[in-house]
Design a protein around this ligand. Sequence first.
Ligand code: PA5
Length: 446
Amino acid sequence: MSVRVDTQHLSGFVGENEYKALAPQVKLAHEMLHNGTGLGNDFIGWVDLPTNYDKEEFARIKEAAKRIQANSQVFIVIGIGGSYLGARAAIEFLKSPNYNNMKKDTPDIYFTGNSISSTALSELLAICEGKDVSINMISKSGTTTEPAIAFRVLREFLEKKYGKEEARKRIYCTTDKARGTLKQLATKEGYETFVVPDDVGGRYSVLTAVGLLPIAVSGADIDALMAGAAKAQQEYNNADMFTNPCYLYAALRNMLYRKGKEIEILVSYEPCYTMMCEWWKQLYGESEGKDNKGLFPASVVFSTDLHSMGQYIQQGRRSLFETVVLFDKAKQELYIGNDPENVDGLNFLEGKSMSYVNEKAFEGTVLAHTDGGVPNIVLHVPDFSEESLGALIYFFEKACAISGYLLGVNPFDQPGVESYKKNMFALLGKPGYEEQKEALEARLHK
Ligand code: PA5
């Protein structure tokens, strides 16, 4: 199995009967997902995406990545939410959070359009001065304000730097195949475009061009990434939660939620996993947090956060559980040397690897936290390869869908995200929002 689930640190928190009681509901959720009879069934294209994707476009993505690698020192990815997090998470996981500072023959990669900070965008423009730049604008709807503003600024920057003709060759757009302002603009200007399939929502789109082009530009192997996801598609295709770890994870979250655990903390012991936690938070938060229900997804990186959030987890309100993601093999290993004077008193660790120390940190923590009343689910992933990441992405996506169905929500919509947008448009004076503007301003300036 690509991802294994260890339940030993749940004993005393979840009983045998609870597993048995939930198994038929998991089977039902599986049938709803696979027969397309569940809520949001027009957004389940990701289920067989690892084996059923546009091969011609996939080849075009690899060609575009090679071109960008050859002609750019900086590659800028513009997008927000599902059009941003997966690519960044995969690059930091597969390469490094320090990717841009590493010695490499691929471009530096920056992400923008994921906030409305003028400082952040100005800094990026300054970084680009004197460098060759290409950009990838990603927006499924093609209308999201944050990336649209960044795209306008960066397009102007490229056109001033290279002239319209050359700039055109350096702009790549990933969007709907036919609809939306971005598609219209790309067609008018002649930018190369890639497609976000109709039936794949933003937060399930990392294995489409949305994630694949930036990941390929970083030099990671997207064939291997898809192969890992395809393996997971096969492995996690069975309705029985006792033999399908993906469904077991979904069921365990649901069992813990039903008994009052309201917060799930995703735990990693590797800093390169930090952005994967952000991707996971979006996936689960947007999929489940609705109809006044849902686990609140949080995350920590240990042992860093054992020196901050560790106190709360050990002794704060008992409304949380942890899901720990462990890797069986380190990406790179370091061994602790000998100091003849042993001034720091660390000679008892001589010859030990840092992974060994990290493992003991996990073991000590899991025992302390379970003693403190915090149930722990442990997920085991073989390594940091593209195959393992592809499988892990698929594992989390599928578990999320099953988990959403167990909760009785539509795991594929995000109606709540619209509320702030409507208010912001009204307050900015967007045509068509005149009435709301007046009402909102009256509330603000009471
Ligand atoms: O998961 C989602 O659907 C959202 O987070 C979107 O990805 C996000 O709002 C960006 O939307 P778009 O790609 O249309 O710009």
